[in-house]
Design a protein around this ligand. Structure first.
Ligand code: AVI
Length: 322
């Protein structure tokens, strides 16, 4: 681990294994069905494309959750208490937390993200705009064991996990990840988490197939990243973005589908595709409020409050560590 202290904020780098991406891609393309974990979407270009997805009219989660955070910031602050250490795994652009900081007045803010350059910029922005706030940014892969170089001593730890990123874990892994968050927050801590709700599949299909094609570009960017970082020769034009709601599994699935028979090389390995063969790149699980509360309870949390919008598109849960 390396650490850099600027005048404004502290930056820690818990470097992910260098060969992580290589192993995941070679292993994922060798499996049947082929699959690559969604965390590899987020290189710099992918992080920017994701920001752009969040601005698309069809992608309701971001604006709905943001409206909930703005509307209920004071209620959230009341349940979470002030002076906490606010920890945000997968903090991305650190935009959403801005709606909470004034109301919550945390003692410190710890954004954690896999994309180091992106995190550095976002943390610098927060510390400039909130000069009273102690900021400790940690560049780490939150799906590995999360270890915090800056450990709160007496203060309560409150996790903030917005955006329904929990939906990108399979339920078993989601339970394990939540249990890991519960062990970090410890007694007296809490978790504020955004969870996308089950709804009319037409709304979901539109959200993951926006008219401008930003979600398609985000999905296909994974192949560009493989070409660039792993000496791949994917012909991007011959793969298509495919996203749909799988109601049996309660999840939106994203795939990259080969439009013709072809051979692809990655890092000296050869992969054969027939027309119609897919690489499964993401699941985005949707929950009812009760389903999610059951999952959280199994992970060691006690449901405390839930806020949702009038159309029941999205929910924000505050859970206490049991
Ligand atoms: C980050 N995550 C919650 C997004 C989602 O909706 O599952 C990622 C995404 N994939 C396509 N659009 C957005």
């Amino acid at each position: 681990m390396t650490s850099t202290d600027t005048e404004e904020y502290a930056f820690y780098r818990v470097a992910p294994e260098e060969d992580d991406f290589r192993h995941a891609v070679i292993d994922g393309l060798s499996r049947r069905p082929r699959c690559i974990p969604p965390k590899y979407f987020y290189d710099q270009a992918g992080s920017h494309l994701f920001e752009s997805i969040c601005e698309q009219p069809e992608y309701y989660p971001t604006r709905t959750e943001t409206a909930l955070l703005k509307q209920y910031a004071h209620e959230i602050a009341a349940v979470a208490g002030s002076d906490c250490h606010l920890i945000e795994p997968g903090s991305g652009s650190c935009e959403k937390v801005r709606h909470l900081l004034d109301a919550m007045q945390p003692a410190a803010y710890l954004p954690l993200d896999i994309s180091c350059e992106y995190l550095e910029k976002a943390a610098a922005g927060i510390s400039e705009d909130y000069p009273w706030l102690d900021v400790h940014a940690v560049c780490t892969d939150i799906t590995d064991e999360v270890s915090l170089p800056f450990i709160p001593e007496q203060a309560d730890a409150v996790m903030f996990y917005p955006g329904s990123s929990i939906g990108n874990f399979d339920p078993e892994d989601a339970r394990a990840f939540l249990a890991c968050l519960a062990s970090i927050t410890g007694e007296g801590g809490g978790l504020l988490i955004g969870v996308d709700l089950k709804k009319d599949p037409a709304i979901l299909d539109a959200a993951y197939n926006d008219a401008k094609g930003v979600t398609a570009a985000f999905n296909l960017n994974l192949l560009r990243r493989i070409n660039r970082e792993l000496a791949g020769d994917f012909d991007i034009e011959t793969f298509a973005h495919h996203a749909f709601y799988n109601s049996d599994r309660g999840r939106v699935e994203m795939h990259l589908v080969s439009e013709r028979e072809q051979t692809v090389r990655v890092d000296g390995h050869i992969f054969e595709f027939s027309a119609g063969d897919s690489i499964h790149t993401e699941n985005s699980y949707k929950y009812t409020i009760e389903e999610f509360q059951t999952l959280a309870q199994q992970a060691g949390f006690t449901p405390c409050r839930v806020w949702s919008d009038r159309e029941d598109l999205f929910s924000l849960h505050y859970l206490r560590t049991a």
